[in-house]
Ligand binder design. Sequence first.
Ligand code: SF4
Length: 184
Amino acid sequence: MGIEEKLPSGFLLTSVETAAGWVRKASLFPATFGLACCAIEMMTTGAGRYDLARFGMEVFRGSPRQADLMIVAGRVSQKMAPVLRQVYDQMANPKWVISMGVCASSGGMFNNYAIVQGVDHIVPVDIYLPGCPPRPEMLMDAILKLHDKIQHEPLGVNKRRAQELAEELALDATPTSEMRGLLR
Ligand code: SF4
């Protein structure tokens, strides 16, 4: 939490939000972290043909302390889950997570005891990227969507208001147990 969290609501906070969002989205550093086949597509995204360098993101950081983006590329085994959480905990704040591929998001075809059925059981996820494996273009699209999210991330009182609103909407939502249609 920095000084921006203490600013009063109004023009100043909005200006700080815009500036902080722009700076944060333009200086994302991904952590070097690949788990399975999806990681090959992630590496391809950093290579010359797709050129993550256009966003200044081509150098995957060797230390989580220098990274603020975790791309979970591939299935997460139960054994790997605590390691993944430790890497996440060591990353600099504020930090973001992209869940790349159906295995990372939901366990995918590996519905068994060895694989975590969704990495959001371990770390908070900002963007879910479908596909098996997602193509580099899809990962770049997810990164652009994350840029957009970071640019419009509220701070201070605006953030607290957004969190309260999200909580109210979640409490008002129809529970899945009462939903009809494809779920029944
Ligand atoms: S989503 Fe497909 S490509 Fe990615 S880790 Fe799972 S099986 Fe491999």
